[in-house]
Design a protein around this ligand. Structure first.
Ligand code: ATP
Ligand code: MG
Length: 469
């Protein structure tokens, strides 16, 4: 079998020898085996091993054999050991049997057989094991026919899905994550079971949910995952705000876009051009305030006034609730959401250089990402419209380049700062300083003042007189 050639990595023969010495039946198991059979480039270099015996003892002996380049860490509470060697992580665990009681999340864990261990895994495609002991080296043990599910691209649970999902509800998120990452379908019974058990997600910490969510977002076509999250009601459990985007209201024969499907289309679009998780998050949140800003105005139809500002303001709270980082990543997403309509307002026939300079100033180094978002936001069923928008978008891109080359506003710093103004007039800090600073910035962005120190000082003197400051 072709996969055997992948077991050439010397780590496997080392583990094989140690396993025989200790007389522990030992297997490589889980995601690595799945990806191997899928011929999938391994996204991460974690490999999981399970043995009938003590996983920590096995890891200790393997580490000894590998010598001083190997380091390892024991997680006593979990009965696992992590070995680090030549940039790769190897996790060792003894086969276990888990039984859950309905009133507790914590399983009772006991030593078990390989079969017990495979039974407690999340999906058939993740439950395959390859034996490493010399006598059976390379034998695949696939009790639930995971191989067939790989061929049919199907996510199925080893046990009754109600048992698998209710025991550990995070597995429902993982089902969607694998479906989205691998472009698989979730088996019908499993799908029905997720719908039945969706509410049990509430016992899982938001951090773990978000970890899976981010993996969904980073998959090639994230809309696959979001449609599943929506259809199973999982999304309603942890991100109800996003579900509010769904639906179309019709008044006087005018409908608006379904903003949920629009949003995930924008997300797919942007994913063709970026792997930046936070830029993808900006796509998810760009229209988040549309439901609450929606109005039907006679003569105009549907409007969503200020949804970009209100949406931007909502970002910190959403990040807090979803346990996303509250740092510069959040500020970046907020900025992009707030600015997402600005490039489009520059598509009018006459665009002044000053409007372009203002956008460059406000977006700074994130201007390219903002343009990527804006480009992804062009979705319509009407092809002529899309063509027209794309053409306008290209015009704006060109204009931005021209103005940036001419004026280099992107990292613009005013030629004089507050201190300079205080020294000039020999005054203390106060509101006048702010007014004058804004006036300089405006003059330069408007093109009525030069980005140069002497001129800026003269400008401030005149301005102060003019304003009677
Ligand atoms: P990835 O490519 O993302 O690492 P993976 O399948 O290796 O995918 P891990 O989270 O690394 O996923 O888990 C390793 C293995 O452990 C899985 O393949 C699965 O067999 C098992 N596993 C992980 N989490 C669960 C869970 N919540 N319930 C049951 N089995 C799990
Ligand atoms: Mg893994």
């Amino acid at each position: 079998m072709s996969y055997k050639s992948s077991l050439k990595n010397p780590i496997f023969s080392t583990i094989s020898e140690v396993a025989d010495e200790l007389n522990f039946p030992t297997y490589v198991v889980g995601g690595w085996v799945r990806d191997l059979l899928l011929d999938r480039t391994q996204t991460e270099t974690d490999i999981d091993f399970v043995c009938i015996g003590n996983g920590i003892v096995l890891a200790e002996h393997v580490a000894q054999k590998l010598g001083k380049n190997a380091s390892f860490k024991v997680f006593k509470n979990f009965g696992t050991a992590m070995l680090h060697y030549k940039g790769e992580n190897y996790e060792f665990v003894g086969a276990r049997k888990e039984s859950y009681r309905s009133d507790s999340r914590k399983p009772i864990v006991e030593n078990g057989t390989l079969e017990d261990d495979q039974n407690r895994r999340d999906f058939t495609i993740n439950a395959m094991a390859i034996q490493l002991n010399k006598k059976h080296f390379g034998t695949l043990i696939d009790p639930f026919n995971g191989q067939e599910d790989l061929i049919n691209k199907r996510i199925r649970t080893p046990l009754d899905p109600d048992v698998t999902f209710s025991d550990d509800p995070l597995r429902m998120m993982r089902a969607v994550r694998f479906a989205s990452q691998l472009n698989f379908t979730i088996d019908k019974q499993a799908m029905l079971s997720i719908k039945r058990n969706a509410e049990r997600l509430s016992i899982i910490s938001q951090e773990r949910i978000t970890e899976e969510l981010n993996k969904i977002i980073l998959s090639t076509t994230p809309s696959v995952g979001f449609k599943l999250l929506f259809n199973t009601n999982l999304l309603h459990q942890f991100f109800p705000l996003m579900t509010k985007l769904q639906g179309v209201e019709i008044r006087n024969k005018h409908g608006h876009k379904d903003n949920f499907y629009h949003t995930i289309e924008v997300l797919d679009n942007i994913s063709l051009n970026t792997d930046n998780l936070w830029l993808r998050w900006a796509a998810i949140l760009h229209d988040i305030a549309k439901p609450q800003t929606k109005k039907y105005e006679n003569g105009h139809g549907w409007t969503f006034h200020a949804h970009e500002f209100i949406g931007g303001k909502m970002v910190p709270k959403i990040f807090r609730q979803l346990k996303l980082p509250l740092n510069e990543k959040m500020r970046y997403v907020k900025k992009l959401v707030t600015l997402h309509l600005r490039p489009i307002t520059l598509t009018k026939d006459i665009v002044t250089d000053s409007a372009v300079r203002r956008l460059l100033f406000d977006a700074g180094d994130d201007i390219d990402d903002l343009m990527t978002l804006c480009n992804a936001d062009i979705t319509s069923k009407n092809e002529t419209k899309v063509k027209k928008y794309l053409k306008n978008f290209q015009l704006v891109s060109k204009k931005l380049k021209e103005v940036e080359e001419k004026d280099s506003i992107r990292n613009f710093q005013p030629p004089i700062d507050g201190k300079d103004i205080m020294t000039l007039f020999n005054i203390e800090a106060g509101r006048e300083i702010g007014i004058l600073k804004t006036a300089i910035k405006d003059a330069i962005l408007e093109g009525t003042g030069k980005n140069e120190k002497e001129e800026a000082l003269q400008f401030v003197i005149n301005k102060a007189k003019e304003l009677n400051l």
